[in-house]
Write a protein that binds this ligand. Sequence first.
Ligand SMILES: [Zn+2]
Length: 424
Amino acid sequence: MFPTTGGATGFRCEPGRAAVDRWRTAARVLDAVRRTPGLTRVALAEQLRLSSATTTETVARLRTAGWVAEERAPVSGRGRPTTSLVPAADGPRVLALDLRHEDWRLGVAGLDGVPTVVASGRRVRACPEEVGAAVAERGAVGLAVSFPAPLSDGHVVRSGELDWTTLDLARLTGGSTLRVVQGNDATLAGLAEARSGAAAGAGTALTVLVEVGLGGTLLIDGRPQTGAHGAAGEFGHLPFGDPAVECACGARGCWGPEVDGYGLARRLGAPAPADPRTFATTVLDRSDAPAVAAVAGASAALGRGLAGLVNAHDPDVVVLGGLAPRLRGAAFEEAYAAGLMGWRRAEPTPVRDAVHGADAALHGAVALALDEVTSAEGLARLAADESEQRTPAGPAARLDALDTEVRRGRRARSHEEVDRDRTG
Ligand SMILES: [Zn+2]
């Protein structure tokens, strides 16, 4: 889904198909527990169409390996007693690095996906050393990095005021073989809203973030549609703007520079601001007539473009993040309604404000890191890395050892479920 880069230590073998297949059932169970913490074992078996024996065995292995914990579930009606599954409080951890235009933050999270910020700073150049130290100290099993810049094939293709392209990502892993995955901040903010925010449960969701420029993502069943090179969602570069204005991307007439701090400055006849985000918040706080008119212009440009995206993508819901909720006034509503195709106006696609606020990209980066490490491929890689580093106490290696033991026992019993679980 997202571009992935390897760890810092160069060549390593990718686990083979058979090794990955062994982790498929465990990966599906971890995914279900992440989506629905507190899911009962009975409901899990039904949802994943697993036999009771396979469910019991997989859950026992994941519990022993430290990923999930079981709690006694209340019995309703005549139902059989069961347990509910929750992320283990002291289970494996992932790290998420949120690089922003003015600072950076490092969060740590378990399977529950809720980050705690453990380090931060203003000098982006200094962050590799601090992140590398945190990786070594905390024994994390994955790291995701959020960039405030477009990415293609895992590379920053255009840096803004800060030169992200020269940031040495290899140094982030502190010399370990930790996997690093990366995403664009607007895409990750959308991922956070789809998993645990204003777009949770939506089949098709469109998220739009206004910061410096505009970005977003189209999500289907909680998965961002990132295109052939991971570069999709650059909605800010749709030509919905003034063709006379050249965008920093090199194109003319982009939508982003109509709605952000640069757009507000142009409407006010002010020079391009050094910090467009701070400039935008200052203008949004003003109540004088020129500021109100400039904001109304940006609001209308946002509403009109959003209607175009809704006409194109037909989402269940639109979520606005960053500065965008502050641009929702009468001018926005009018332009949004006017831009929708006539038949849509009776029941316009609802537009909601994001719930994750300034932490959206951090939450999204955690979700991305967890998606990576709890996939069948991620679990197989983790097991391979741990056995290579001779850390048999690691969560995946423990799981692997248990798995082998269980299989030996099963073979002895010639149990018919072996094949079903293997292909699970
Ligand atoms: Zn552009």
